[in-house]
Ligand binder design. Structure first.
Ligand code: PEP
Ligand code: MN
Length: 350
C-alpha cells in the first residue's frame, strides 16, 4: 500500500508508479478515502526491487507491507481511519438501524410505504426491502423487478436511504441505475466470488455501501474478511459486515446465532459490523433479545425485518418481522445500551 506525501497523487505520479508496478506484473488500485487516497498494489508485492523503486520516489511517504490475505480490510490497513456514511449516519458515531420488509409485495405497495414511514418514526435510518429473493423452493415467489420502483418511491416519500439484495449482474445494474444506496450480498452469495467481483467493479466509483452477509457455511473469519476484500480491491471500501446466523441451526432457532463473533471481527478488521438478528433466530419473538445481545457484543448496527402487518406479509415477514411498535421499543433499548457502553469505554480511556 503506497501512501503519498500529499492527499493524492497527480496523474503523472500515478502513471509513474503504475509503470513501475506493471513491470512486476502488479497493478495499482487507488482507494479513495474520506481524507486521502491510498494506492493498493494489487498482485504479488513481495519483489524487493519493485519496493525499492517505489520507496525511492520523492512523493512517496511510505509503503506499508501488511502480510494479510485481506490487506485492505485488515485493522492495520491505512483504511482503518475510513469512515462510512449512509444518509445522515456516520458508522461508529451512532447505532445504525436498517429496518423494513424481507420481501416487497408488488401487489401491495402500500405495505412498504406504510412500513417505511413506521420504521422511520421508530428511529431506523435505512429502509430495507427485498426486490429479488433467494428462495430455497424454486416454485416460491422469487421477487419482481417492479418492486424496485416501489422501493425507490418509499425512499422519495421518507428520505431514507434504501437497501436491497442483488444476486446477479442484471439485478446489480438495475439497482444501481435506480439509485439504491446499499446493496446487500446475501448469505447464499457471500462466497460467490464472481458476483463479489462484479459488485466491487460496479461500485468502484460510487458512494454505494455494500452489506455483506456472512455465509451460512462460512467457517473462518478470514473467509468472511476475504470476501469483503474481493469488493474493496476494486476501490470502494464502504463495506459493512453482517453476521446473520450460520448452519447447522441451533435447535429452535432458524440458524445458529453468531452475533458473538463481533469482538473477534473487530480484532481483525476496521470494518463496521451490522448484525441481522432476524435471520439469525428466525422468529419475531426472539429477535429483540438477539438485537440487544448484538449491541452488547459491540455491533455498530442492526438489520431488522419489520412489517406494518406481518401476518399479511410475504417471504420471511409473517414469521420473523417485528411490528413497528416492537421495533421502536427494541431501537430505544438498543440505542440506550449502545450509548451506555460507549460512555463507559470513554470513561475507561480517560
Ligand atoms: C434477507 O435479508 O431477506 C435474506 C434473504 O437474507 P440472508 O441472505 O441473510 O438469508
Ligand atoms: Mn428475509
Amino acid at each position: 500500500m503506497i501512501l503519498p506525501k500529499s492527499n493524492r497523487l497527480t496523474n503523472e505520479q500515478l502513471a509513474e508508479i503504475t509503470q513501475i508496478v506493471e513491470g512486476f506484473s502488479c497493478r495499482i488500485q487507488p482507494i479513495v478515502g474520506t481524507v486521502r487516497t491510498i494506492y493498493a498494489i494489487v498482485g504479488d508485492e513481495r519483489d524487493d526491487l519493485m519496493m525499492t523503486r517505489l520507496e525511492g520516489l520523492s512523493y512517496v511517504d511510505r509503503i506499508d507491507k501488511i502480510q494479510s490475505p485481506f490487506k485492505l480490510m485488515d485493522k492495520r490497513s491505512d483504511l482503518a481511519t475510513h469512515s462510512i456514511q449512509l444518509g445522515n449516519v456516520t458508522l461508529g458515531e451512532e447505532l445504525l438501524v436498517i429496518a423494513g420488509q424481507c420481501t416487497i409485495d408488488p401487489k401491495n405497495p402500500n405495505f412498504l410505504y406504510e412500513t417505511a414511514a413506521a420504521v422511520k418514526e421508530a428511529g431506523a435510518q435505512v429502509l430495507r426491502g427485498g426486490v429479488w429473493k433467494p428462495r430455497t423452493n424454486p416454485y416460491a415467489f422469487q421477487g419482481d423487478a417492479k418492486s424496485l420502483d416501489i422501493l425507490m418511491e418509499a425512499h422519495r416519500r421518507t428520505g431514507l436511504p434504501v437497501d436491497a439484495e442483488v444476486m446477479d449482474e442484471q439485478q446489480l445494474q438495475l439497482a444501481l441505475d435506480a439509485g439504491v444506496h446499499m446493496l446487500q450480498v446475501g448469505a447464499r452469495n457471500a462466497l460467490n466470488y464472481s458476483l463479489l467481483r462484479s459488485i466491487g467493479r460496479a461500485v468502484a466509483d460510487r458512494n454505494t455501501v455494500v452489506l455483506l452477509k456472512r455465509s451460512l457455511h462460512m467457517g473462518t473469519l478470514n473467509e468472511f474478511l476475504s470476501a469483503a476484500e474481493y469488493i474493496a480491491s476494486f476501490g470502494n471500501p464502504n463495506i459493512l459486515l453482517c453476521p446473520r446466523g450460520t448452519s447447522p441451526t441451533l435447535d429452535g432457532y432458524r440458524n445458529h446465532p453468531d452475533e458473538s463473533i463481533t469482538p473477534l471481527l473487530k480484532e481483525k478488521t476496521w470494518a463496521p459490523v451490522v448484525v441481522d438478528p432476524s435471520h439469525s433466530v428466525g422468529k419475531a419473538v426472539y429477535v429483540p433479545a438477539c438485537a440487544l445481545a448484538a449491541v452488547a457484543y459491540g455491533a455498530d448496527g442492526l438489520c431488522i425485518e419489520t412489517h406494518v402487518q406481518p401476518t399479511k406479509g410475504i417471504g420471511d415477514d409473517p414469521k420473523q418481522a417485528l411490528t413497528p411498535e416492537v421495533l421502536a421499543e427494541t431501537i430505544t433499548q438498543a440505542k440506550n445500551l449502545w450509548s451506555l457502553l460507549r460512555s463507559s469505554k470513554q470513561e475507561a480511556k480517560a
